[in-house]
Design a binder for this molecule. Structure first.
Ligand code: PMP
Length: 366
């Protein structure tokens, strides 16, 4: 079975097995991680290693704070606005799909939001070219969604901006190399490439930690959380994230998994583009490596395709509700064999249905 879910997504078997082995008794402590006080030496050891591994994976510059918070990226659409618009109410947003639209709608409650560029008119099929962005040089920040999970659109180049760049990296964090110094802040829900849901990672530059509005809840005040842990973290999710970071290091780090992710994505896009049975409406230069969204040219076949895929052990390929179609998530834990299995299935399915359609056409001509 291969699970193409966009999230919560499949985890590497090595990570699940390790968690299974350690479930009842972590390292001879006599406790499950789920039972540990978050202030205990044991849990401190888990968190310290997780932070260290994360920092080394992403080459985190010294002037950034990684925070292990809760709420999910959707909560942080509001929270980041409350944390960053305290001194200056203006922010720019780039609208590239479903999730950036959600981020805009939430932020609007807390400040003056300028949509500096949008691809809505063409159905979110590309990233607007940088020279078309109508940026406010005095904005508190500019927000992008580096990968639109529902639309299959991804920034291939991260722009250099005058104002702090804030990015929702939920669905491509750790899947490709990113120069963190280009950002003022990034944030990600865990359930794609970090581990199970319940944890939200916020990484923020130190100079942005003192711009919060008074109304921000203490546990979501990034500045306060950077100083000291003030509430119970999502302990088991933090532990699982730590196992994932260590697995990623074992794979050779982000550079190595990125190569593999690019290879898997290229193979799938090649099949989609190889004839007109499948189609991907996204501009080739902006196609996501992480969530490959496509359609069957004959949309009536979509349910049949999904059913047959499931019978062949290829799970959760249904596209996001806002756009339908098919979506194959190509996260770090998807092995090359999984992508090859999907490709084989798609080639056979196309050949089979094309032959049936040809036969039907011949019958009707006869
Ligand atoms: N942003 C992006 C890019 C996402 O893919 C998702 C979830 N699919 C979210 C935000 C929302 O995440 P959550 O449901 O964990 O709040």
């Amino acid at each position: 079975m291969y699970n193409f879910s966009a999230g919560p997504a499949q985890l590497p078997p090595e990570v699940l097995n390790k968690a299974k082995d350690e479930l009842l008794d972590w390292h001879g402590s006599g406790m499950s991680v789920m039972e540990m006080p978050f202030t205990s030496d044991e849990f401190n050891a888990i968190t310290t290693t997780a932070y260290q591994d994360l920092k080394s994976l992403i080459n985190l510059p010294k002037n950034y704070h990684p925070l292990f918070l809760q709420g999910g990226a959707y909560a942080h659409f509001s929270l980041l606005a409350m944390n960053l618009l305290g001194n200056n109410p203006n922010a720019d947003y780039i609208q590239t799909g479903h999730w950036s639209t959600r981020a805009i709608n939430e932020a609007k409650r807390y400040g003056h939001i300028n949509i500096a560029a949008s691809s809505e008119a063409s159905g979110f099929d590309h990233v607007p070219a940088y020279h078309q962005w109508k940026l406010d040089q005095n904005a508190a920040y500019c927000h992008i969604t580096t990968n639109e999970t529902a639309n299959g659109v991804q920034f291939q180049k991260i722009p250099d901006l005058e104002v702090p760049l804030v990015a929702d990296v939920t669905s491509d964090f750790l899947t490709r190399q990113m120069d963190i110094s280009k950002f003022g802040m990034i944030y990600a829900s865990a359930q794609k490439n970090i581990g199970p849901s319940g944890l939200t990672i916020v990484i923020i530059r130190d100079d942005l930690l003192d711009q919060a509005m008074d109304i921000v809840p203490a546990v979501f005040n990034y500045g306060r959380q950077a100083q000291t842990r003030i509430n119970t973290p999502s302990t088991y999710s933090v532990y699982m994230a730590g196992l994932m970071f260590s697995w990623l290091l074992d794979q050779g780090g982000i550079e190595k998994v990125e190569q593999q992710n690019r290879l898997k994505a290229k193979r799938l896009y090649d099949v989609i583009d190889s004839d007109n049975f499948y189609l991907c409406p996204v501009n080739p230069a902006d196609r996501s490596l992480a969530n490959i969204c496509f359609e069957l040219t004959n949309a009536d076949l979509a349910d049949d395709f999904l059913n047959e895929a499931k019978e062949n052990g290829l799970l959760n390929l249904k596209g996001h509700g806002v756009r339908g179609g098919i979506r194959a998530s190509n996260y770090n834990a998807m092995p090359l064999e999984g992508m090859n299995a999907l490709i084989d299935f798609m080639e056979n399915y196309a050949a089979d249905k094309s032959t049936t359609a040809d036969k039907k056409q011949l019958c009707s001509i006869a």
